[in-house]
Design a protein around this ligand. Structure first.
Ligand SMILES: *Cc1c(COP(=O)(O)O)cnc(C)c1O
Length: 495
């Protein structure tokens, strides 16, 4: 299978090249030129597999320059039982009314980012080998909180890699910050920036495409790559859990063969929900893909207006910080797919976005957007009420991101009458966001340290995940804070 840039279809590369580069030289994102369809026989085979085997098989459909043995070995290491709490890699908890919580956060950093970032180091290291790359790979990550830690954990002490993480100084939860600044490893660096996530992401994207910086790195035997979901190697592993979830629901008799299941995803950079879209294109009977946002509801407006994207609005810091994003990178891939791979259209719209902060594809794509997607948003107060109500009525504790999805999913059902079974992507452990969760339950917590965990345990009767509990014994290593304008100078830290 070949990959092309969303902004230039003439640029064709292998999966290994796409993963090694991270982003196309023209600023576009690499996309597969076709979606592999799962046959009945393959689907039947998947039913009998565990998560690791399923993930290897799905990845094999996209990463055709990797052998089955390689992928099997990678998924066995990435999703090893001891890393995922010794339980199912991705357990599903079924609530009332055919609502199925897909718990994607049982990995080492307690957020769904582990599903991709435990895999990416294996894929990237192999990609460097396959492409004959000798240089050390320098991974720059802009994070709204969860990606940073998951990438650090995935890449810590991985040979031939260095990793540099930028997070918005006031934009992450105390637990997220503690996770990042205590990260061990010789090849890691963590920097707080005065600015928001979009500032960090835009700065990182600029560094990637800056020729001067590339030359400077090259002189030191280094090259850039990305662990953000602009990298195909980040996105591909996420497709597997939607396929696997459908198999699990079918296997447990919770849905009938071929029955349509909706999916609701708390969305920021549009990576997770795009993975669901791709699973659907592979033939998994998924219905509406419901895109849930917080007060930064640029995506809700995009879908409501049939394709008018406008980031000219104020940025809100919310209780669901991993969704505090106004530039959703992966939407670029959706435009490419829905337009029938119209690279000229994508290039035009992305130029407009860079220049005016706005683009309009309603004429070209409006109807197609509506066919696959629905969208909604809620504010922090509604999120808190949802956390409380779901806990009281169903004894299920949601983190704020997952609660946003619950709220939007319920609103969608009420508005449309579409009561099809729904998979809700549960993207983080509630213990990563103790304060807003405890406050929602009516028991505010004052402290910022790991004592928060015990407090939320007492209030909820749920147990904090071991990796978070272990943070109490760790010493912070990183305290650097820089202005967003100075990000480039921080590269000296890794040269
Ligand atoms: C990253 C993240 C999201 C948003 O996912 P995208 O793939 O960026 O849309 C939602 N919830 C949590 C907890 C996250 O960490």
């Amino acid at each position: 299978m070949e990959y092309v840039s969303t902004r230039n279809k003439e640029l064709r590369v292998s999966a290994a090249e796409a993963i090694a580069m991270g982003i196309a030289p023209d600023g576009g994102l690499f996309c597969p030129t076709a979606f592999p369809r799962l046959t009945h026989a393959e689907f039947a085979a998947l039913m009998g597999m565990d998560y690791k085997q399923r993930a290897a098989m799905i990845l094999g459909k996209f990463l055709t320059d990797f052998t089955a043995e390689e992928l099997k070995s990678f998924t066995e290491q990435a999703y090893a039982d001891e890393k995922f709490g010794g339980r199912d890699t991705v357990p599903i908890v079924s609530l009332a009314d055919d609502v199925h919580m897909l718990e994607l956060w049982h990995g080492p950093t307690c957020a769904f980012k582990d599903m991709a970032l435990q895999m990416l180091p294996h894929l990237l290291t192999a990609s460097l080998q396959k492409t004959g790359e000798r240089r050390t790979c320098c991974i720059l990550v802009a994070t709204s909180g969860d990606t940073g830690k998951a990438a650090l954990e995935g890449f810590a002490d991985v040979p031939k890699t260095k990793i540099m993480v930028y997070y918005p100084v006031d934009g992450v939860s105390p637990m997220q910050k503690l996770q990042m600044v205590t990260q061990q490893g010789e090849n890691v660096e963590v920097v707080a920036i005065r600015g928001n996530f979009d500032d960090a992401q835009s700065a990182v994207k600029r560094i990637f495409t800056d020729q001067e910086t590339a030359k400077r790195l090259d002189a030191h035997g280094l090259m850039f790559s990305s662990a953000n979901s602009i990298n195909w190697g980040r996105l591909a592993p996420q497709i597997a859990y939607y396929v696997s979830a459908y198999c699990d629901l079918l296997g447990a008799g919770k849905i009938a063969h071929g029955q349509t299941v909706n999916v609701c995803v708390p969305t920021g950079n549009f990576g997770n929900i795009l993975a669901a879209y791709i699973a659907k294109q592979m033939g998994v009977p998924l219905g509406k893909l419901i895109c849930a946002s917080n007060e930064n509801h640029v995506l809700t407006d995009f879908f409501a207006q049939d394709g008018v994207y406008d980031r000219n609005r104020s940025f809100h810091t919310t209780d669901s910080p991993s969704m505090d994003i106004l530039i959703s990178s992966n939407l670029e891939r959706l435009l490419f797919f829905l337009s029938g791979q119209d690279d000229a259209l994508v290039r035009q719209q992305m130029d407009a976005l860079a220049q005016d902060g706005r683009y309009d594809v309603s004429g070209a794509l409006g109807a197609r957007l509506r066919a696959d997607f629905a969208a909604g948003w809620c504010d922090d107060a509604q999120t808190a009420r949802t956390i409380r109500r779901v806990f009281e009525e169903q004894k299920y504790l949601c983190d704020p991101h997952t609660a946003v999805a619950m709220h939007v999913m319920e609103a969608y059902r009420a508005e449309t009458g579409d009561s099809a079974p729904v998979i809700v992507a549960s993207t983080a452990s509630p213990f990563k966001f103790c304060k807003p969760v405890a406050a929602a339950l009516g028991h505010p917590i004052e402290t910022d340290g790991t004592e928060q965990l015990a407090a939320l345990e007492a209030v909820s009767g749920c147990k904090a995940p071991a990796p978070l509990a272990a943070l109490g014994a760790k010493t912070p290593r990183f305290d650097r804070v820089v202005d967003k304008a100075d990000i480039l100078s921080t590269l000296d830290l890794i040269l």
